[in-house]
Design a protein around this ligand. Sequence first.
Ligand code: GTP
Ligand code: MG
Length: 453
Amino acid sequence: DAAGSAELRTPIVAVLGHVDHGKTSLLDEVRGSAVTAGEAGAITQHIGATAVPLSTISDIAGNLVDPADFDLPGLLFIDTPGHHSFSTLRSRGGALADIAILVVDVNDGFQPQTHEALDILKRTQTPFIVAANKIDTVPGWNPNPDTPVQATLEAQSDRAENRLNEQLYEIIGQLSEEGFSADMYWRVQNFRENIGVVPVSAETGEGIPDLLTVLMGLSQRYLKSEMSIDTSGPGVGTVLEVKDERGFGTTLDIVLYDGVLRDDDTVVVGGKNDPIVTDVRALLQPRPLAEIRTESQFEQVESVRAAAGIKIAAPDLDDAMAGAPVRVVRGRDLETVTAEVRAELADIEVVTEEQGVVVKADTLGSLEAIAAALEEAEIPIVRAEVGDVAPRDVAVASTAEEPKHAAVLAFNVDVLEDAVAEIERVAEVDLFEDDVIYQLVEEYEEHVAAIED
Ligand code: GTP
Ligand code: MG
């Protein structure tokens, strides 16, 4: 029913996991499978995302997916680099992603960023499945490119199959230690209560049909009711990255999760001080089939409809923040929209005290996640901001009454040169840097323990 489906948006799927566990390779393999299935043109590359239509998913999944059983238009995958916290992906009141794939290397098992991703999935109550990746590296593995898991398992020696099962049960055990009941996906009945584990290989394509089938089924079953959007309404999105782009100045990479964004819209964006009101100059997509990471040539589009990743070129974006909301004004009162953006920012705002540590982070979402971790550890915060460590941060830290509070905790940001000089000058201030939240907190706690000894 074309009219009905036109109002259901594509679910947003975040791909997350530890560095090098194969997130990008999995998406590349989905694109590769589409080429094999003669559907190369059907996949569209967005800014920071890949859109795969239902027809392509069904072609890749073969008899696992009958398109007649679905009315969601497909899936929009967002790749999150391992060093970039998944917590960036937030929307009003929670996670930006409707659903997630947690990628775990079967050889490597759970690693720091796997734990961190799980914490965030837990906190935001995002439904997810686990892709147990790199099954082709099991000793003695007999690869069967692009086949569903059950078929390839039947073609393995007992030895290889047992070896893989050991690794999979290790992962299932680790999930259970984190409080998630999990099992092989084909044994899971209720994907809300039990986490399905899908063995895959991004190298051979084994299990990719299963992965897409499970995601599509889960979305259809549990998310459909949340996917209706007003297809002409003013767009709403989240800033993924604030980036300088040659010829365009400061631009925003955003994920639009509701409504429509047009190239003549006025938008309100969360900024470091007040919300920024600006007029879109251009909407930019990567050119078809171009490699997103190295893309410098964009194609201008007139409008985009949720869900989509898009780059916005507009004046006055220097103070925009990753993780901040973006709202289209079109036909609405500017004051009302600005108030909405302000309210969303206030939701994220971190509670600060008279005394405490200084926290700097790359995005609003990561700042929020660190604040939650510090609160749990009963560590007060005096100042929390998005941005690189600047001399001013060191100055604030140096006014701490207690030595243990004379600290700057930096997550995924740079330390500006004059701030480095300031830290050297003001000897009592300590700097802690890490790209894993709980490690950052632990390093600081160890430091405090050492001081108090
Ligand atoms: P970051 O973006 O840095 O966090 O890493 P990532 O999770 O995107 O990992 P990526 O896809 O870049 O893969 C890391 C390495 O693992 C690459 O050398 C891949 O070729 C390899 N790799 C990924 N998936 C598989 C797989 O299924 N089998 C094998 N043999 N190698 C794989
Ligand atoms: Mg990657």
